[in-house]
Design a protein around this ligand. Structure first.
Ligand code: HEC
Ligand code: HEC
Length: 362
């Protein structure tokens, strides 16, 4: 029996924007309430919200403002949203991220959704909580290059943030802690469970929801290699996430390289047995978050499928046992590769990519 719990959060969307010539600020002059819904549904895990940072409408709004506001960077040139665009599932379409003063980062900007269920953040899993994670790009010299205490001072001088902070965290001093709590509140609301694949629940007319090719792709994806499948589910299933397993936040080496230019998880743990391991990405919305892999090496899903079909480095150190145990390439047919790509496209959640509650509040 499925029952629906609806937690309605009202998130203020700012309608009218006026610029203030004096300090180049955009003043929030009018607000309108856009309700959005955090709802559980069949197949979706229960919420895992931070107990010591209860979501409030005002807290989420403050986090959303900080996410979209370049004020957070040293020269006010770049915001989180510069590298995390909603229409691209909060990735940026670039091979690797581009930070303050045009600096090129070493890794591909990750898409952002369903973060409340994750246990490790970044491609190398080096942050354990979102609250810890959000302060890293703010301070990184090649991303936003902002000292946290300078940021608190900068925000404290802004009338807009004075009132937004008071609304969100009454009687608290403006501090890095509350910047991270507000960002955490906004980030956990980014939930995506409304793709065509989610509409298959309790339906028998599968082909009315997804194409015959996508259905064949789903079957290949979920079938073990010994039964003629492509074995993707070993790492990317963990339904309903299609990856980045909520329980362990698995870090594995999927055989991209024989020699590593980026040790990934090994950098985070200092253990050479973790070299070459990276966070298993969720494949939800994957069709809009190209390019792929931690270094953005593949431009499209066809290239990804060519890799999994015949490009795996079987002699790669620390190669995951699920791939190693086969000891051979999958050698999929073109039709099989195309079918799996069609299946991955059924993971795109249009309502997530266009949800007004996640757009800029300015
Ligand atoms: C210059 C581009 C850039 C900016 C600015 C930026 N990010 Fe990121 N973001 C990235 C990249 C690149 C990664 C992956 C980095 C890595 O693995 O080392 C990432 C990873 C993340 C992750 C981890 C997601 C996961 O699934 O593990 C979160 C959350 C995140 N960013 C949120 C933010 C927030 C919040 C801000 C603003 C405070 C921000 N980012 C600013 C590029 C950027
Ligand atoms: C052994 C575990 C494992 C298996 C099996 C596996 N993957 Fe992956 N997959 C990963 C990891 C880890 C990454 C990220 C690797 C990196 O960036 O270094 C990844 C990345 C991807 C990406 C890129 C996602 C992004 O956001 O950049 C796609 C697409 C993908 N896999 C699809 C598949 C498909 C399709 C299959 C089956 C043919 C498959 N994977 C099998 C572990 C696995």
């Amino acid at each position: 029996m499925k029952f629906k719990i609806l937690i309605i959060l009202f998130c203020s969307a700012i309608l009218l924007i006026k610029s203030c010539k004096k300090d180049q600020e955009i003043l929030l002059s009018d607000t309108q309430t856009t309700p959005y819904v955090l709802s559980t549904k069949a197949g979706m895990p229960p919420f895992a919200l931070p107990a010591d940072n209860p979501l409030t409408n005002e807290g989420v709004l403050l986090g959303r403002m900080l996410f979209y506001d370049p004020i957070v960077s040293l020269d006010s040139s770049i915001s989180c949203a510069s590298c995390h665009r909603q229409d691209l599932a909060f990735s940026d379409g670039l091979k690797v991220g581009k930070g303050i003063r045009g600096q090129i980062l070493g890794r591909n900007s990750m898409p952002l959704y369903n973060l409340m269920w994750q246990k490790k953040f970044f491609w190398d899993g080096r942050a354990k909580t979102l609250r810890e994670q959000v302060l890293i790009p703010i301070q990184a010299h090649n991303e936003m290059d902002m000292n946290l205490y300078d940021l608190a001072v900068k925000l404290g001088k802004s009338k807009r943030y004075q009132s937004a902070f008071q609304n969100a965290f009454p009687n608290q001093a403006m501090s890095p802690e509350y910047v991270s709590k507000a960002l955490e509140q906004f980030l956990v609301t980014l939930i995506s469970f409304n793709a065509p694949i989610d509409q298959l629940h309790n339906r028998t007319d599968t082909l009315a929801v997804i194409s015959a090719s996508a259905l064949r792709g789903l079957q290949m994806f979920m079938k073990p290699i010994e039964n003629g499948g492509a074995d993707c589910f070993h790492c990317h299933s963990n339904n309903p996430f299609f990856g980045n397993n909520s329980v362990s936040g698995s870090m594995v080496n999927n055989g991209l390289d024989f020699q590593f230019t980026d040790n990934g998880f090994g950098n985070a743990t200092g253990n050479s047995l973790d070299n070459g391991k990276f966070k298993i990405p969720s494949l939800r919305n994957v069709a809009v978050s190209a390019p792929y892999m931690h270094d953005g090496r593949f431009d499209n899903l066809d290239e990804v499928m060519d890799f999994y079909s015949s490009g795996i480095k079987l002699n790669s150190p620390n190669l995951d046992i699920n791939i190693l145990s086969h000891g051979k390439q999958l050698n999929l047919t073109q039709q099989q590769k195309d079918d799996i790509v069609e299946f991955m496209k059924t993971l795109t959640d249009q309502s997530f990519l266009t949800n007004p509650a996640f757009k800029t509040p300015f």
